[in-house]
Design a protein around this ligand. Sequence first.
Ligand code: NAP
Length: 247
Amino acid sequence: MSDRKLALVTGGSRGIGRAVCVKLAEIGMDIVFSYQSDAPAAEETERLCEEKGARVLKVQADVSNSDQCDRLIAQASWFGGGHIDVLVNNAGITRDGLTMRMKNEDFDAVVNVNLKGTFYMMRGVSRFMIRARRGRIVNMSSVVGVRGNAGQLNYAASKSGVIGMTKSLAKELASRGITVNAVAPGFIETDMTGKMTANARDASLAEIPMGGAGRVEDVACAVAFFAGEESRYITGQVLCVDGGMAI
Ligand code: NAP
């Protein structure tokens, strides 16, 4: 059995999740990551992590489905020889629109993936971490969850909820040697921000004190900090990686 740590990352096929997988592989962890439907992108993540020397398992799983989350966790635990050291809840979606026109299904879809998916994963993985009396959980929130955003009420609800869950679980698990923190990216160049309208994009970029969008690696470094030993005495925190947007 490998003595490398095992990290489980949701939504690792593209964007920030892929960068997190590669960064954690680079600092010596084995990787289990999930994806929703983009199998070729998942293969590319697998290849990039293997290049860093990691053992890798990719699993198709919809995090909005609690049974599929449980199956993903079981596969990760098997791959890790019974332990899961790090959980990164990264999978997320947007369904933007002004509140008065927002459909129930657009609200539900975002909450089901971003908020309930994070809950299902934390509930399942925390059992393993409690048994091991160690662990790191890192949740992907957003600057939108910190300060709100017009046209993203559903997304803001989910990402503020992630912060509330992060702080609550941090309190539950602190005495067991497990930390729970959140990273709140601002505007990062990925497929998610690529589908914004030109107007929405310009308005967001204009709000960044440091000027310009962030890179996926900027977020991955913050996740790696919370996933590693250096952050052992930090829990329940929200770290904005946003070029100053949330100030
Ligand atoms: P992205 O490029 O759209 O990638 C989303 C990832 O999530 C993909 O791997 C996708 O899998 C996966 N995914 C989507 N729905 C899923 C589901 N139901 N079950 C399992 N996996 C699912 O997004 P991103 O920009 O990297 O965002 C990653 C996280 O950062 C999200 O939580 C997002 O809210 C947050 N965030 C992003 C920004 C930003 O500026 N980009 C800012 C703040 C917060 P497939 O490839 O199979 O579709």
